[in-house]
Design a protein around this ligand. Structure first.
Ligand code: NAP
Ligand code: F7E
Length: 323
């Protein structure tokens, strides 16, 4: 029998890669799509799967739409990727972020419990929960200390996932994913902001790139690798929590250097520091320890940062050439 999966946040970066992965494995893929005034399907289109996914009108802040989506899809696997996922915005819209990224996950868990308690559930948790890091390398036992309304909302969602697993026996897993990027990354996130600017500067469309804290360090991987870990978690006998990371960390400054030098430019000639882009509280450094995922899931990150950033610069060069 054909398996079906329901993905919230299907129009986002990870939603698109996950949809493609699941379709390739023969799943019927349903996606919860909130109503928007503009076209949000460009990522599914770029991956060539727009016509293959079945979209259901709904929103994670609306429990009744989730109940309907689970009933309609009869999904055996439910991936909750929906979020207000931009950390910077979470200080300006803290309550919306709480409703979507925090309470939204509780709504999905409730809908699973009420409609289809044997379905397997994945929660998109985040390294932002570690925030002001309490250990040099963060793993599943590192204490949390979120530093933004986004991190706080995600921590609530994480503990609700753990609680529903322990209280109701749901097969519920929390993937604590470190930053992962791709050519489909939103333009507001720093890697894509940089690779887009590199393409525009190289082709004479832009002169400078304004950035905030370029000393921040992140453990960056490729989204295409990370969605495989999501799927693997739901193939295990029991739900659990897993850190998904590369185990290497790099400054924003060095990431810029990789991106600019790929097209023969020096980032120092173009990057301008802008205090307006500093955050009210910063996560200075993240470095994940993915040992558990390697041992239990057989998962490792297979794309190096230089490969990822050059892939993103090349994609943005193609985009600006076409525009
Ligand atoms: P993304 O590109 O920002 O995608 C978020 C998705 O959620 C979009 O499809 C968005 O649709 C949807 N969404 C927003 N509000 C919604 C609502 N009220 N109801 C239903 N859907 C809604 O994020 P991503 O990078 O793919 O990340 C996927 C998930 O992993 C997110 O939960 C994120 O917080 C988490 N995460 C990401 C990373 C990372 O580095 N990428 C790391 C750890 C965890 P619209 O665009 O139409 O609003
Ligand atoms: O910032 C610094 C910024 O916005 C990375 C989300 O997917 O990953 C992401 O959150 C770093 C920060 O990602 C600019 O201050 C400097 O230190 O690309 P980002 P993020 O905040 O780490 C986690 C794991 C998630 O879960 C989130 O959903 O870069 N930085 N200058 C800048 N960042 C941005 N965006 N723009 C700048 O101009």
């Amino acid at each position: 029998m054909t398996q079906s999966a329901l993905v919230t946040g299907i129009s986002g970066q990870d939603g698109a890669y996950l949809a493609k992965l699941l379709l390739g494995k023969g799943y019927e893929v349903y996606g919860l799509l909130p109503r928007r005034a503009t076209d949000t399907l460009w990522r599914l289109r770029e991956l060539g799967v727009e016509r293959d996914v079945r979209l259901i009108d709904g929103d994670v802040t609306d429990l009744s739409s989730l109940i309907r989506a689970i009933e309609q899809s009869k999904a055996g696997e439910i991936y909750n990727l929906a979020a207000q996922s931009f950390v910077g915005t979470s200080w300006r819209q803290p309550l919306l972020t709480t409703q979507v990224s925090g309470v939204g996950a509780a709504n999905v868990l409730e809908a699973v419990r009420l409609v289809s308690p044997t379905s397997r559930f994945y929660q998109a948790s985040t390294s932002e929960m570690f925030g002001l890091v309490q250990a040099e390398r963060q793993d599943e036992s590192t204490p949390f200390y979120p530093r933004s309304p986004y991190g706080v909302a995600k921590l609530y969602a994480h503990w609700m996932t753990v609680n529903y697993r322990e209280s109701f026996g749901l097969h519920a897993s929390s993937g604590i994913l470190f930053n992962h990027e791709s050519p489909l990354r939103g333009i507001e996130f720093v890697t894509r902001k940089v690779t887009d600017a590199v393409a525009r500067i190289k082709t004479g469309r832009q002169k400078e790139l304004r950035l905030g804290n370029i000393d921040a360090q992140r453990d960056w991987g490729f989204a295409g690798d990370y969605v495989q870990a999501m799927w693997l978690m739901l193939q295990q006998a029991n739900g659990d929590d897993y850190v998904i990371a590369t185990g290497r960390t790099t400054t924003v400054r060095d990431m810029c250097s990789i991106a600019f030098s790929h097209v023969g430019l020096n980032y120092k000639d173009h990057v301008v520091l802008d205090p307006e882009l500093l955050r009210p509280a910063e996560v200075d450094v993240l470095l994940g320890n993915p040992d558990k995922a390697r041992q239990a899931l057989g998962w490792t990150a297979s794309t190096r940062l230089d490969q990822l950033i050059t892939m993103m610069v090349d994609a943005d060069m193609r985009r600006v050439d076409k525009a």
